[in-house]
Write a protein that binds this ligand. Structure first.
Ligand SMILES: [Zn+2]
Length: 221
């Protein structure tokens, strides 16, 4: 890990903003650094659940493996955008990473992967693993678990508040026609969450509490 990588400065920035990431490695990679089978045409950037495991071998061969962690991938388009847009996109994806903690079979275990690593590669193994870990398959109508649902917007707004002097909350892309929260409700969402945003605190603890009712009702369509 002695070599300097383009992502190092972004990782340092993230670690200062999101202490909840703890000891987990943060792998930020250009799509061009990854194999063909991991490409997603048309995406600006994406969080790859279990991505660290998918490229572990590759990272080890490049002396870049730093243990279990979160993989976020960036398209060429991301590299072409101004810095504040890049950082907004990065925070959007790290919001997915935080939301995935405790919600995914790929969630970071306490030790290096052994049996579970292998189980994920067996047909039906993912379902088996979710059952073993007591994780329920996400329901598409459940805003708590939807990928751009209540949980996501709640975490995203906390992160946006932490960087308000350098990145606009709009740059995090927390709302939209295909998302659970519509653009025209974004300011109401910020207002409804303001008391919680002012108190701040550890996001993983905040997620264990119920969201304010005024905030939650904005997600009803
Ligand atoms: Zn997203």
């Amino acid at each position: 890990m002695s070599e300097i990588h383009w992502a190092d400065e972004y990782v340092n920035w993230l670690q200062g903003i999101v202490p909840e990431l703890g000891d987990a490695a943060i792998y930020l990679r250009a799509a061009t650094e990854l194999p063909e089978w991991m490409q997603h045409e048309g995406l600006f950037a994406w969080f790859e659940p279990g991505g660290d495991l998918k490229i572990e071998k590759l990272l080890r061969s490049r002396s870049q493996w730093a243990g279990r962690g979160h993989l976020i991938v960036f398209s060429d388009a991301w590299f072409d955008r101004p810095e504040h847009v890049q950082r907004g996109g990065l925070l959007h994806e790290i919001t997915h990473a935080i939301c995935s903690v405790g919600q995914s079979v790929f969630d970071l275990p306490t030790s290096e992967f052994t049996l579970e690593h292998w189980l994920l590669t067996v047909p039906g193994g993912r379902e088996k693993l979710m059952e073993m870990r007591g994780i329920q398959e996400r329901g598409v109508t459940d805003h708590e678990r939807e990928s751009h649902g209540l949980r996501f917007v709640r975490v995203g707004l906390h992160l946006a508040k932490r960087v308000w002097q350098s990145v606009s909350p709009w740059e995090l892309q927390l709302t939209g026609a295909l998302y659970a929260l519509q653009d025209d409700r974004f300011l109401d969402a910020i207002k409804a969450l303001t008391p919680e945003l002012e108190s701040g605190g550890n996001l993983l603890e905040i997620l264990k509490t119920e969201a304010p009712a005024d905030f939650a009702k904005l997600f009803d369509r």
